[in-house]
Design a protein around this ligand. Structure first.
Ligand code: RNT
Ligand code: ZN
Length: 421
């Protein structure tokens, strides 16, 4: 792939910077802010949400399709893959783990009994690289989730098991937060729901509320742990009713002062999460995002720089919410090179944030003054400003590949490492 010299990138950047200056935009300030925004990479793109417990299929209404060769089979391989992805995206990153990525050695450890020590490998690795960790309980791909119900199960033994799991995950999150010096956002997503029309939607929701109350009963210092809950509209096998719906968790998060997790694939196909950010943050201190891309359903396609993504980033920046929104990624495509999938998604997220940070303040004035004509005209003009030139320069500054050069590195790695797996 032909790439341009550093000096050319710098020259083009200077021109682009002047163009933005004519719109009153301070490009250097925008890049400084962009460098400080962490994006939490989800570990599960690396192995199609398989985890290290066993090689049983993914269940719980989520699905990774494709069988591209070379997926990571253990912690060392997954970390090795991540090392490259971290290099290929500029700026600050975090890593989001699921409990099924515990490293328990030869011993099998039940999910309900997981301890911080089972994540020591991850914690040491992250600490050495200055990366914060986020965490998730895993309430799927497990015999005790086979009925389709976990925390909202009518079976006390089943829900007790998952309550215990969630409590152990909070302890693990706390340990991560202590070690890394930034709170570990620990998320709960459960698949619970009905395939067909239920006659009692209320009781499972009451049970879920009770289970969550038990899980959150112990106060944990928010300097170390931030709890999040993730609603959903439907899943495969829970088409007619999901117990943890948007209204349920929004109300619960407000009541408990915890984080709501907005996943971009968890709503009606024409409904976007961008519009939910400002409403949520009027009532909540902080939220978590699972940036994803649903194609016709919650298909978890790789995030691309489309209108939905640009709108999400714009809402975060326009609302002044950068320190109240935890940006996490959540997609899994097994049909293409997994490192490329990760890299495309994280770089697109960062490009969207850059686009938002380069927005002229003047737009707001037009809106306040009722100049909707000018607002629309300028929004369209802005779309073709030289964002790419600023992005390339930003990559250069962070020793990340500018332009499509990252793909060469992924291909070389595929040859050298992935093809041998
Ligand atoms: C499922 C949720 C959930 C999972 C991951 C693996 O619909 O989006 O966040 O994708 O936790
Ligand atoms: Zn999600």
């Amino acid at each position: 792939m032909k790439t341009f010299s550093d000096s050319r990138i710098e020259k083009v950047f200077q021109f682009a910077k002047e163009t933005y200056a004519t719109h009153g935009v301070d490009v250097d300030a925008a890049l400084k802010t962009l460098s400080s925004i962490p994006v939490s990479l989800h570990c599960w793109q690396g192995d199609d949400v398989t985890g290290f417990e066993n090689k049983e299929g993914l269940s719980g209404g989520i699905q990774a399709t494709g069988n591209y060769p070379g997926k990571a089979r253990n912690g060392d391989e997954l970390r090795q893959d991540l090392e490259l992805v971290l290099k290929l995206a500029p700026g600050k990153k975090r890593l989001n783990l699921h409990s099924i990525y515990a490293e328990t050695g030869v011993k099998k450890v039940d999910r309900a009994k997981l301890q911080p020590e089972h994540f020591a490998g991850w914690m040491d690795w992250a600490k050495a690289r200055g990366i914060g960790l986020d965490f998730n309980g895993s309430f799927f791909s497990h015999p005790k989730a086979a009925s389709g119900f976990t925390l909202s199960s009518r079976d006390a033994a089943i829900r007790d098991y998952w309550v215990e799991h969630a409590i152990s995950c909070r302890k693990i999150g706390e340990a991560m937060g202590r070690k890394q010096g930034s709170p570990c956002v620990t998320n709960i997503w459960i698949p619970d729901g009905f395939k067909d029309i239920p006659v009692d939607r209320k009781t499972p929701r009451e049970i879920l509320r009770q289970s969550l109350d038990r899980i959150l009963a112990e106060k944990i210092d928010s300097r170390y742990l931030l709890d999040a809950v993730e609603p959903k509209l439907f899943g495969i096998g829970s088409e007619s009713c999901v117990i943890g719906s948007h209204e349920f968790y929004l109300a619960y998060a407000v009541e408990k002062k915890i984080l709501l997790c907005l996943d971009a694939g968890h709503y009606h196909p024409t409904e976007t999460i961008a519009d939910k950010i400002s409403s949520s943050l009027i009532f909540l201190d902080e939220i978590l995002l699972h940036v994803s891309r649903g194609v016709r359903w919650d298909s978890d396609h790789v995030v691309i720089l489309n209108d939905d993504l640009l709108a999400i980033a714009a809402e975060i920046v326009r609302g002044g919410f950068l320190d109240r929104v935890h940006i996490g990624l959540d997609f899994f495509d097994a049909s293409i090179n997994r490192l490329a999938a990760w890299t495309i998604g994280v770089r697109c997220m960062q490009k969207a944030l850059l686009a938002a940070l380069l927005e002229p303040a003047d737009l707001r004035r037009r809106e306040v003054e009722g100049d909707y004509t000018g607002r629309l005209a300028m929004l369209e003009e802005l779309k073709t400003l030289p964002l790419g030139a600023i992005w390339d320069y930003h990559c250069l500054q962070h020793q990340a590949p500018a332009g499509p050069a990252w793909l060469d590195e992924v291909r070389a790695y595929e040859q050298k490492v992935l093809s041998k797996r």
